[in-house]
Design a protein around this ligand. Sequence first.
Ligand code: HSE
Length: 434
Amino acid sequence: MTKTLQLGIAGLGTVGAEVARQIIANHNHFTKQAGMPVMVTAVSARNADTDRGFSMQGIQFCDNPLELASMDNVDVVVELIGGSEGVALDLVQAAIANGKHVITANKALLAHHGYKLAVQAEKAGVMLAAEASVAGGIPVLKTLRESLSGNQITRITGILNGTCNYILSTMQHQARDFDDVLAEAQALGYAEADPGFDIDGVDAGHKLALLGAIGFGTAPSIDAVDMTGVRAITMTDMENASNLGCTIRLLAEAEQNDDGEVLMRVRPVILPLDNQLAKIDGPLNAVTFTGTPIGAVTAIGPGAGAGATASAVLADIIDLALGRISPFFGVPADQLAAAPHRTAPQKPERFFIRLKVYDRPGVLADITTILKDHAISVESLLQSGRSDDGENGDVPVILTTHEAAPQAIAAASAELAQLPAVLAEPVILTIGQD
Ligand code: HSE
């Protein structure tokens, strides 16, 4: 490496521009922290002329990000383009092949190709680092990989998507509709380029796949993560959760049982208001690691946005300059166990069920018959009000159950959806954490 650390930044969106601004504006700080000057020598973005709040003087602009992978004045490619395929994947592979270090925030890329890329990087003797890929500014990967490395990790639970947390907590506190708050989260720069990744649980799934891989020493597998997002959650659900003394949060959970099976899932959960994760508001993320001998440790902080994500990228840059290079998954990638398969949940849980139904005689009897047939015990049932269209209109029916087998709930849900009086897919949420 030269005596100056030369960065080639691919992607100058909110995060890339913030990384460049910080390095240029705080040159002396970075020289001190990194033990050498850190320079942005090249960048690539869609538009060369946009004012991003830093001077382009002395910085080479590349129309094609792939150029960064072979430039002599680039030691490390900082990939902030995003996406699991295409140019981001090509760039990272080419950079590693050319002996360049790679720092990225790209959780989708690593959840899909992390094993292969880590093997390539370790063979090439270059750094592959991505602290910014999970939980934004909270140092969760480093914590899990280094500070907790002496523990047998059994469970990882958290709020990993700032956009969904912003939406749900704003619905909770301001009684505003889902679409309205999503638009606000996008404007604030929390959401992915395709916000479907946020609200369908995919972004949290990518992050969980990486945490699970590091925590349990298994190759990452996005296919092993069962993902349900928050698209179906309405103010009706939030109000009913509130009536139960609860709120709703999108939780990501990974656990390994005594047989080594790994269960990973992302889903909206109804949490009692005194639960630690129910108190996480706005774009904050929180992650609880449970293991032996530590017990449980929780980290909370900003999970999305330019400053939070740039903070993690900057830490990787300093680690690289100081030679603090760890295998991305904590152990060399070729020592990881095989990727887990999707595992069905076994433990009984309490459930919240919302049905949109015609307001007609006999509908409740049909619903409860299906639940009875699957040995599901109802704890409460609420159908209040009358639709404006009488029997031709719809009303919500809200049920909560006693503990029931997840398989029984899934089977009952499929049958409920087939009832002529049921007008939309049932919304089913777990109540509390298992
Ligand atoms: N879109 C992500 C979130 C931020 O809302 O958490 C980057 O991971």
